[in-house]
Design a binder for this molecule. Structure first.
Ligand SMILES: *Cc1c(COP(=O)(O)O)cnc(C)c1O
Length: 382
């Protein structure tokens, strides 16, 4: 089995007890026992979302929940403000188009966060915006958007506030009720540290009102069905769920509850700080603006004269550490270090140590130990 250290922004390694949970045999998904598992899992999911509302699990990756959010709330011709500052912001826009909505794009320079005033400006200027989509943590750039501030603005407007927290939930502050989020979506395989294949969604009463009035064009992702089954006693899912993955979600969420959400967010914050300090001590430049840099993924500009293949290839082949590359126009220009899920100081120290050795091996002028010292200082300062 490949034991390469995964320092990518999902999927992430899962705890052995989560793997073990998946080895339990399959049970009837329409039984009291499975109902108990779903009840606990959904409740923990709502706790992690920090909402009083119900959460629902969808068998599928994070994108399934992104699509469910829009497919159930927009009808043909509805205008949607899509905040786009990277790959996943674009995805929400493409889904808007797929479901015959009309995207009103607020383009944000990659590496920057959205300016909340720009959101207000568009909501003032444009009529009939039915929904606003925003990606909390733009995984492609390593930027965290100010969903709290945008949420405050949204209070003044009727539009639904739809937030993608796929790569932040469990690794950064997400207060669904506190921020006034109407629909929040996430995925299993990032900060929640469960295997890929489960998406989660939660909706406010306002959002359900819109769902009820929307003539949706989706069958598998029809949220009314998820609500009907999910709110029954015992709860069910409308179609056969990935039973083993639900076992894994239950166990992964228990791990989160045991660590404590606040502690977990702090651990991620520290991992981000240590990573940033480590790479900058090696003379590398961060891609994302400092004020909006992510808790869960750090994007770094590729050093001059070094190719992606050389840097990430050496990290992978010689040091058995997997980093992520850039996407779209950032391909070859940045590399990304994911530090989400169960990552601790151990993995950050190893990664930065390997990065130093890789850089020196590629002929770059680095002092061995400087990056690691910066990581150590960061952790020791806490
Ligand atoms: C990973 C991710 C998704 C979902 O991607 P899937 O491959 O469908 O799980 C959505 N949004 C963000 C910000 C992500 O990082």
């Amino acid at each position: 089995m490949d034991e390469t250290l995964l320092m990518i922004p999902g999927p992430t390694r899962v705890a052995p007890r989560v793997l073990k949970a998946m080895s339990e045999n399959i049970i009837n998904h329409r039984s009291a026992l499975f109902g108990e598992i779903l009840t606990e899992t959904n409740q923990m999911m709502s706790e992690v979302f920090q909402t009083e509302n119900q959460s629902y699990l969808i068998t599928g990756s994070g994108t399934a929940a992104m699509e469910a959010a829009l497919a159930n709330t927009i009808s043909k011709g509805d205008r949607v403000l899509n905040i786009v500052g990277g790959k996943f912001g674009q995805r929400f826009m493409q889904i808007t188009e797929t479901h015959k909505g009309i995207p009103v794009q607020l383009e944000v320079e990659w590496g920057h966060g959205v300016n909340p005033d720009d959101v207000r400006y568009i909501l003032e200027e444009e009529e009939d915006i039915k929904a606003v989509t925003i990606v909390h943590n733009e995984t492609s750039t390593g930027v965290t958007n100010p969903i709290d501030e945008v949420g405050k603005i949204m209070q003044d407007y009727d539009a639904l506030y739809i937030v993608d927290t796929v790569s932040s939930l469990g690794g950064d502050d997400v207060f669904v009720d506190g921020y006034g989020i109407d629909i929040c979506v996430t995925g299993s395989q990032k900060c929640l540290a469960a295997p890929p294949g489960i998406a989660a969604i939660t909706l406010s009463d306002d959002a359900w009102d819109v769902v009820d009035k929307t003539d949706n064009q989706t069958y598998y992702l029809n949220l009314k069905k998820y609500k009907k089954s999910g709110d029954a006693t015992p709860p069910e899912t409308p179609y056969t769920p990935a039973v083993s993955l639900i076992y894994a979600m239950q166990e992964a969420l228990r791990v989160i509850m045991e660590e404590g959400l606040e502690e977990r967010v702090l651990r991620h914050k520290l991992a981000a700080k240590a990573t940033q300090n480590g790479v900058t001590a090696l003379g590398l430049e961060l891609f994302a603006q400092k004020e909006v840099s992510s808790n869960t993924v750090t994007s770094v500009r590729m050093p001059e004269g070094i190719t992606d293949k050389e840097l990430r290839g050496t990290m992978r082949e010689r040091y058995r550490i997997e980093l992520a590359g850039g996407q779209d126009h950032l391909k070859g220009n940045v590399f990304r270090v994911g530090h989400m899920g169960n990552i601790t100081h151990r993995e950050i120290i190893s990664t930065i140590a390997a990065l130093e050795m890789t850089m020196q091996g590629l002929g770059l002028d680095v002092e061995i130990g400087e990056g690691v010292a910066a990581v150590a200082d960061t952790y020791l300062a806490e």
